[in-house]
Design a protein around this ligand. Structure first.
Ligand code: NAP
Length: 316
């Protein structure tokens, strides 16, 4: 039996690559010197695209595959997939929700603690000899008992909120509607109002045209000079120019960021901005979770080619 043709947009770990190569005829888009030539040659045969959340599938890529039936995303965010093309042609999309939630929430809280308790500068203080030469580093601020604002109480936002509760923090949140199970947490739908009522603003929104730059100059002003921003969602949810202006002007206390416009080539202003913690988009980056994500990405392909419903379909 001929194996279905699958266009693979970026590399996966060997534990996913080997089973993919066994089950499908894989076309490696990212390795092609001339990507247009590859698409022109194999596009007419391609029935599925296997991609990652950060890579997605462009309008031109989808258009080059007239027999495309489904796109399996390794990652929960599918904002880089050209959804309008999928809707227009009835192409199914799957992602990998839930299995990565704990890791991303863990990192978000680690980022808050590292930023506010200045863990990285304190480490540098020890290594540089400043501790012996100058004495103790400057005092930091207390995290326990402060107020967390969760912008987007979805799967990851709720997991962050539960962790923050363990630190005795008060929880306020936004979403498109109040959430059942969030009793004791305050629903504040407006982003600026949420920022005004918290010390630490976690950005955990899906990235959509409506949420683009939702964290803007007004929200940062409302957060104030003692407030911090922690973004583990997508860079597009934050107006980076407004954020850099606020950091450089001391209008907020600091920012911890796992995602950047144009990553991995971030705006160089971040490298010299005061009180930032910069992370390389690795919220889900543990062996355990990446294995679970890979399995789910492959299970969706398997289900599709077996004529069964997708395991974790995206509602288009
Ligand atoms: P989710 O369960 O779909 O939650 C998304 C949240 O965004 C929901 O609370 C939703 O509100 C809210 N939202 C969507 N559109 C909105 C709008 N226009 N106004 C206000 N709120 C809106 O997603 P998730 O699995 O928690 O993922 C959250 C984010 O993390 C995504 O951006 C994802 O790409 C990112 N992520 C990052 C990493 C990393 O490595 N840093 C890893 C995984 C995921 P409703 O519930 O009311 O619809």
């Amino acid at each position: 039996m001929t194996k279905p043709h699958v266009l693979q947009v970026g590399p996966y770990p060997e534990w996913d690559q080997t089973p993919l190569d066994t089950a499908y005829t894989i076309h490696r888009w990212w390795e092609a010197a001339d990507k247009d030539e590859l698409l022109a040659k194999v596009g007419p045969e391609v029935r599925a695209i296997a991609t990652r959340g950060d890579l997605g599938a462009s309008e031109a890529m989808i258009a080059a595959c007239p027999k495309l039936e489904m796109i399996s995303v390794f990652g929960v965010g599918y904002d880089a997939v050209h959804l309008a093309s999928c809707r227009a042609r009835g192409i199914k999309v799957s992602n990998t929700p839930d299995v990565l939630t704990d890791d991303v929430a863990d990192l978000a809280v680690a980022m808050l603690l590292s930023l506010v308790r200045r863990v990285v500068p304190a480490e540098a203080w020890v290594r540089s000899g400043d501790w012996a030469a100058k004495g103790n580093p400057p005092l930091t601020r207390k995290v326990s008992g402060t107020r967390a604002g969760i912008l987007g109480l979805g799967r990851i936002g709720a997991a962050i909120a539960r962790r923050c509760q363990g630190f005795g923090m008060q929880i306020a949140y936004s979403a498109r509607s109040p959430k059942p199970g969030a009793e004791g947490w305050t629903y504040i739908p407006d982003a600026a109002e949420l920022a005004r009522n918290c010390d630490h603003l976690f950005v955990a929104l899906a990235a959509t045209p409506e949420t683009r730059h939702i964290v803007n100059a007004d929200v940062l002003k409302a957060l104030g000079p003692d407030g911090t921003v922690i973004n583990i969602s997508r860079a597009a949810n934050v107006d980076e120019t407004a954020l850099l202006d606020a950091l450089e002007g001391g209008h907020i206390a600091g920012a911890a960021l796992d995602v950047f416009e144009g990553e991995p080539n971030l705006n160089p202003r971040f490298l010299s901005a005061p009180n930032v913690l910069l992370q390389p988009h690795h919220g889900s980056g543990t062996v355990d979770t990446r294995k679970a994500m890979g399995k789910l990405m492959r299970d969706n392909l398997t289900a599709h080619f077996a004529g069964q419903p997708l395991v974790t379909p995206v509602a288009l």
